[in-house]
Design a protein around this ligand. Structure first.
Ligand code: ZN
Length: 139
C-alpha cells in the first residue's frame, strides 16, 4: 500500500521574497538555493533546502491567482505542507476510494519531472496538503 515517507517541504506564502529572506536566511540562517519563476503557478518561489526537508517561500506574481487570494484573505504564513510518498498513483487511488477531495484529477508535473497532487483543505482539516513523489533514483 502506498505510504507517506516524510515531510518534503513546507511552503510559506509571503508578499515579497527578498523581505522574507531577511528573517529566514538572515536571522535563522537557512541556505538559499535559488529563486525561480513559475508562471504556470503564478508565483516566484525561493527554495531553502535543509539537511532534512525544505522551506519554500512563495510570492504571488499576479494579483488575481489562487495564491494571491490566499495571501489577501489569510495573510502571510503557512500555505501548505508537502509529504513525500513512495507511490503517488497508489496514494491517489486510496484517497479517491476514501472520498477525499483532490484539487486536480491527475498529478501535476513540476520541475525535474517531479509529480505532485494537492488534497483540498476541506478534506484535510483545514490544511492544504501536497503529495509529492520523487522519481526513482533521483532527488
Ligand atoms: Zn509545495
Amino acid at each position: 500500500m502506498a505510504k507517506i515517507l516524510g515531510i518534503h517541504h513546507i511552503a510559506l506564502v509571503v508578499p515579497e521574497i527578498e523581505q522574507a529572506l531577511e528573517f529566514w536566511r538572515g536571522t535563522l540562517g537557512l541556505p538559499l538555493q535559488e529563486i525561480a519563476d513559475f508562471p504556470e503557478q503564478a508565483s516566484r518561489i525561493a527554495f531553502l533546502p535543509l539537511e532534512k526537508g525544505e522551506v519554500e517561500l512563495v510570492e504571488p506574481s499576479t494579483p488575481d491567482s489562487g495564491i494571491a487570494r490566499f495571501l489577501q484573505k489569510r495573510g502571510p504564513g503557512i500555505h501548505h505542507i508537502c509529504f513525500e510518498v513512495d507511490d503517488l498513483d497508489g496514494m491517489i487511488v486510496l484517497l479517491k476510494e476514501r472520498g477525499i477531495r483532490l484539487l486536480s484529477d491527475q498529478p501535476m508535473v513540476g520541475g525535474g519531472g517531479r509529480r505532485m497532487i494537492f488534497i483540498h483543505p476541506e478534506s484535510a482539516k483545514g490544511v492544504l496538503v501536497e503529495l509529492y513523489e520523487a522519481r526513482a533514483g533521483n532527488d
